[in-house]
Design a protein around this ligand. Structure first.
Ligand code: PRX
Length: 637
């Protein structure tokens, strides 16, 4: 069998789960045995959640790219590793076999070396969804450089923040990126970002859109020219750097409830084992299947389930450059039809938006190749779940509603395709190795079934974050200090009569807009930077397509004369500071915000008003000035 650790039945799931709790080290050692190690580990796990200090497979030596590439060459050399579908359906697609990918990764790894990149250096990657993005990521991993991929929708300011935090020495980008009918000028955004980033010595630019770009002498280099240099050197092989199990593999920035985004750190061995294990099991991947995840590599889903999970399993992963609605709302179904896709992994927000176009775009598409469907990123409402099940899966494909986070590295709570009995809206059961626990506000365990609580995890798993880059204390306070000896997810959760888990959404000040994670404090800081703004408060409200929309209450210095123009100005500011994904959907100008006597904004009240629950504001007795609330209610949008 291709994957000896692949669960085959519900019984086997239960046995594996039991074993993973009774003997976690033995359980994970059995899985890890099926990877290629330069040197096996001395100890499977050392941990405490107090510092926190978590180490998996200590003493082990490996390189993740040898597991994603080299070890497949003998058996899968001619098998497609990446199938790439361009934004424009008229453009030729690309098929990259495992051998091609290996060669290209080695070649570009040599480019990085020629440009002085060494093990441990940080490399920022800001590219569109083209195969060169996967090649860049793997080339970094090959030489032990730590990649920090930044999603193409973030602004120059956001990129600069991330580059400075990581002290990246090199940036890999493209001239531009095609997304739907847009052409995003990536290099020009990078040029703006780099004004404040003296750590960056080189920028490698891959050609995609042929958008004119400025190339700075001594700093900026064309990807294609650099590849030619390696070719003139006779394409020397690029030996993989031997990495320690706990060496950093990558940093990925994500939003929290306070301050700037933090750099979540994942390390080599544990992340590899976990991304692979969860991919193979959740989707029940079978050799030869075509697997399509619609996420962007700029997010954790793309890292774990477009690149590392599938490639380490020798799977065929389909990478799509465009958006589900271009050139029409049938694009995803055309792709499924064109490549005979077997597994489709997407987000509720995409499903909801496509539902809105009716069945026209689905009809006449041959979706008979589909065997398994997946959902990720936000709670999936029952209507979307059923539409996905009935009209895409034609009633015969299991849906896996996978709950996890940037910090968890891989899927945590999910049905196993075709094995776990599913229930719409429920992520169902934890994968082996995952020990969820619900607690009340005081950290007391909420036991039994039919209960609600804050979702925590009480035992380490290999894919978990190890630190937040450059600030371990922030990692401790954010995730490990709320409840003693527990990892706190920030999510609320209920456990039903069957012991199934249903994620109810964030319990902190983090929004989930179209599956994108955004901190309310971040949006407020951006709004507050706009001239004339005194203070603002941002909350989420239910949005039919995006899941959550952003509602901003804004106090200005002077009365606003042209509210529509001022709103547009504020949106422009937010776009510039964070990126278009953080633009509020609604802005209401107010003269004050509801505060407690100690000066804390009462967000609960603002949330209720944004949700339209004007008559149900709850306890308002601690309000400093109740008149403010009446005014806000009158002006509700
Ligand atoms: O609130 C949960 C929600 O997304 C958050 C994690 O966001 P991020 O780190 O960007 O990772 C998204 C992709 C893994 C979680 O704290 N979330 C994720 N998956 C689900 C979900 N909420 C409900 N159901 C899910 N399946």
């Amino acid at each position: 069998m291709a994957y000896p650790y692949q669960i085959k039945s519900l019984e086997e799931y239960q046995q594996n789960y039991q074993q993973s709790v009774m003997d976690p080290e033995g359980f994970w050692a059995n899985v890890a045995d099926h990877f290629y190690w330069r040197r096996k580990w001395d100890k499977v796990l050392e941990w405490n959640f107090k510092d926190p200090d978590v180490k998996w497979f200590t003493g082990g030596k490996l390189n993740i790219t040898e597991n994603c590439l080299d070890r497949h060459l003998g058996t899968l050399g001619n098998t497609p590793a990446i199938i790439w579908e361009p934004n424009d359906p008229e453009e030729r697609h690309r098929v990259i076999t495992y051998r091609d990918l290996y060669n290209k990764v080695c070649q570009f790894a040599n480019v990085l070396k020629n440009n002085g990149v060494k093990k441990g250096d940080r490399v920022c990657i800001y590219m569109g969804m083209i195969p060169e993005l996967a090649i860049a990521v793997l080339a970094c991993a090959r030489i032990g450089a730590i990649h920090s991929v930044v999603f193409g929708g973030f602004s120059a300011q956001s990129i600069a923040d991330r580059i400075q935090d990581a002290q990246a020495s090199l940036v890999i980008t493209c001239d531009g990126a095609f997304r739907g009918n847009k052409d995003i000028p990536l290099k020009s955004v990078i040029d703006d970002a780099l004004i404040g980033c003296p750590s960056v010595k080189k920028v490698i630019v891959c050609t995609r859109t042929r958008t004119p770009v400025s190339m700075i002498k001594g700093r900026d280099l064309w990807w294609e020219d650099e590849i030619k240099q390696v070719e003139t050197m006779g394409n020397p092989p690029c030996a993989a750097e031997e990495m320690d199990a706990e060496d950093m593999l990558f940093i990925l920035y994500t939003s929290g409830s306070t301050g700037k985004p933090k750099g979540v750190v994942h390390t080599c061995a544990g992340y590899m084992v976990y991304a692979n294990y969860t991919f193979v099991n959740t989707f029940q991947y079978q050799p030869g299947e075509v697997y399509f995840c619609t996420a962007d590599v700029g997010w954790i889903t793309g890292h774990s389930y477009i690149i590392y999970g599938p490639l380490s399993a020798g799977a065929t992963t389909l990478m799509f450059e465009g958006v589900p609605t271009y050139p029409d709302a049938g694009r995803l179904w055309s792709i499924v039809d064109k490549y005979r896709v077997n597994i489709l992994y997407t987000a509720p927000t995409a499903i909801r938006s496509l539902m809105g176009y009716g069945l026209g775009p689905v009809n006449h598409k041959d979706l008979s190749s589909l065997k398994k469907l997946g959902s990720v990123g936000e709670p999936i409402n029952e209507e979307a779940w059923h539409w996905f099940k009935d009209h895409i899966g034609k009633g015969r494909c299991p849906i896996v509603d996978t709950w996890w986070q940037t910090e968890t590295g891989g899927i945590m709570i999910t049905p196993i395709a075709g094995i776990t009995k599913e229930k719409p809206g429920y992520a169902t059961l934890p994968l082996p190795g995952i020990q969820p626990i619900l607690v009340d506000e005081n950290g007391k365990e909420v036991k039994g079934n039919n209960v609600n609580g804050n979702l925590c995890i009480k035992f380490p798993w290999p894919g978990m974050l190890r630190t937040t880059y450059g600030d371990h204390e922030r990692c401790r306070t954010t995730y490990f200090a709320t409840y003693e000896n527990l990892y706190f997810t920030g999510d609320g959760c209920l456990r039903d009569e069957d012991g199934y888990y249903r994620i109810t959404g964030r319990v902190d000040d983090v929004l989930n807009v179209s599956g994108h994670r955004i901190g309310t404090a971040e949006v407020e800081n951006a709004i507050n930077m706009h001239a004339g703004v005194v203070e603002s408060a941002v909350v989420g409200y239910p949005h039919d397509i995006k899941g959550q929309g952003i509602y901003a209450y804004v106090i200005t210095e002077r009365q606003v004369h042209d509210p529509e123009l001022t709103k547009k100005d504020i949106l422009q500011t937010v776009s510039r500071i964070i990126g278009p994904i953080a633009k509020p959907d609604k802005i209401q100008f107010v003269s004050g915000l509801p505060k407690t006597r100690s000066g804390k904004i009462m967000r609960r009240i603002l949330r209720k008003i944004a949700e339209g629950e004007l008559d149900n504001l709850g306890d308002t007795s601690t309000l400093l000035d109740p008149v403010v609330v009446e005014e806000i209610k009158r002006g509700k949008l």
